[in-house]
Write a protein of this length. Structure first.
Length: 517
């Protein structure tokens, strides 16, 4: 299976040189890739509809919704235009819709049902997205996402020759994948479907994009490398498409490629938002900057990372105050302090900008609270560390049962980590390793959210550092090597492994890890 996937995914690169020769065969949606989604609305709607779907496949949801709305304005009877608006408010891999998005999506789904369609295939698409919004006031997000996935499975079964049905079904599988499933069943099924579409549609933005998401895991990332190197070329007008390859570059420790990808993505996002909303920053820009800071810090390029941090702090208004923006605004300063092990800086962090709607994103607040608590504990300020531990416990309770990703468990990982270092600062040496190990085990049990390049301070890395403090270097080396299995070429992992190996008398290993720096 591994070799078959590798061969098929490599064909993304093999097909790339053929794109120019295929212009006469395909209907291009600007520089967003090639989408051919036949609809029965008026012929003038076909090209704009293809472009809108291409925007959708690159998660440019606000632009896609506007594009579908324009089609609906010109042709109110085009049920598929309303379908597109409903789809634009459902973000399978991101976060559940906000209240406003859920309302807009529900209304669009109802309009799509009322407008109907001339073909059975289009009616099936409309019925599928209606399943997601059905019972929105009573059924939770997970239940409705599963209903949509099942409906799309049936659309794909009934219309086996329809490539768009296959691609959207693959996305639905990714949207319902469990972060705790270390067998990656949904992801592998999605990749298999996408591989069947790939040979006929080598420049389809959704195929390359969703292949990356399918394999955005340490054990699978190498399989997506050809798709990663192709997606930005397929859809160069999309800031998200330019950024997405860095997911795989990050997983493989290819820092320079990640840096170049995110410099280009941040620049593209900034240019776009200045046209649409002069003076504002872009959430896509912030998302790229988080990955950029992470990569710079892994190279030890602290001055470059500081420049990105200062640019982040200069942003006071945004195109969208969404979960990705919240994560980046919290993570960039936390990373800069924690990766450099500057505990006083970490302990002094604040939620900035102060005018941001932090109350809507408690998982992002938890990042700053975690950094403050860890910084205080490592500095020996036990009172401040205890205060932050209590705040993390409160956030964890607030997040329990929330729809979408399990941020509650992440907050609990952070609470246990701070509590462990607090206990060490208080001299409770007999219990600290067990508490820190429980944090690492909990973090390992759930994969990261796609919004982040990695934890701001991996729990198992902190365990390794604690074991060094406890004069247990052989155990520390095991912890650091586990970190490097998940995050190749991670700087603090290499530093820790080198220190631990030297302290354990394993000079050859110490030299090996030092040389990788």
């Amino acid at each position: 299976m591994r070799m078959r996937m590798r061969t098929l995914l490599f064909s993304v690169s093999l097909y790339a040189p053929m794109l120019a020769a295929q212009d006469h065969q395909h209907q291009h949606a600007g520089r967003l890739g090639t989408v051919r989604f036949e609809i029965s609305c008026g012929s003038s709607a076909q090209a704009p509809f293809n472009r809108a779907v291409a925007l959708l496949h690159s998660f440019w949801y606000d632009e896609a919704e506007r594009a579908f709305a324009e089609i609906a304005k010109n042709d109110p009877a085009c049920g598929m235009a309303h379908w597109g608006m409903a789809m634009s408010n459902y973000h399978p891999i991101w976060a559940p819709p906000t209240g406003a998005e859920l309302k807009r999506g529900s209304e669009a789904a109802q309009k799509a049902l009322a407008a109907g369609a001339k073909t059975e295939r289009e009616k099936d698409y409309i019925a599928a997205i209606a399943k997601f919004y059905e019972g929105a006031g009573k059924l939770d997000h997970k239940t409705r996402a599963a209903a949509y996935q099942e409906a799309m499975r049936e659309v794909h079964r009934k219309h086996a020759a329809d490539s768009e049905a296959a691609v959207f079904y693959a996305l639905a599988l990714l949207g319902t994948a469990s972060p705790a499933d270390k067998q990656y069943r949904n992801q592998k099924q999605a990749a298999a479907i996408l591989n069947q579409v790939l040979p006929q549609h080598p420049d389809h933005p959704g195929v390359a994009h969703y292949v990356i998401h399918s394999f955005d895991y340490p054990q699978l990332a190498e399989l997506a490398l050809p798709a990663a190197r192709s997606y930005a070329k397929i859809a160069p007008d999309s800031p998200h498409a330019i950024h997405m390859p860095s997911h795989i570059f990050t997983r493989l420790g290819l820092w320079e490629e990640s840096i170049q990808s995110n410099i280009a993505s941040a620049r593209s996002a900034k240019t776009h938002v200045q046209r649409a909303k002069p003076g504002a920053g872009s959430f896509d820009q912030l998302h790229a900057m988080d990955y950029l800071v992470y990569a710079y810090l892994q190279q030890g390029r602290e001055q470059k990372a500081k420049q990105v941090l200062e640019e982040t702090r200069a942003i006071r208004a945004l195109d969208q105050e969404n979960f990705a923006a919240a994560y980046a605004l919290a993570a960039v300063p936390a990373r800069y302090a924690l990766e450099r092990r500057q505990w006083s800086e970490a302990a002094a962090l604040k939620l900035e900008p102060s005018g941001f709607a932090w109350q809507a994103f408690p998982f992002a607040e938890a990042i700053v609270v975690f950094a403050r608590g860890l910084g205080a504990a490592r500095n020996g300020d036990t009172a401040a560390a205890r205060q932050q531990t209590d705040r993390l416990a409160a956030i964890q309770q607030q997040l329990r049962g929330a729809p979408g990703y399990d941020w509650a468990s992440q907050a609990e990982v952070q609470r246990r980590a701070v509590a462990a270092w607090l206990a060490l600062a208080e001299g409770k040496r007999e219990e600290v390793a067990g508490l820190m190990r429980s944090a690492a085990d909990l973090e390992d049990a759930t994969d990261k959210h796609p919004v982040t390049p990695g934890a701001v301070a991996p729990a198992r890395e902190l365990l390794g550092e604690m074991l060094l403090e406890l004069k247990r270097p052989a155990e520390a080396l095991i912890a650091f090597e586990a970190v490097l299995q998940e995050a190749p070429n991670r700087r603090n992992g290499l530093l820790g492994a080198s220190r631990a190996a030297r302290a354990a008398g394993q000079e050859e290993k110490a030299r090996l890890y030092s040389s990788k720096l």
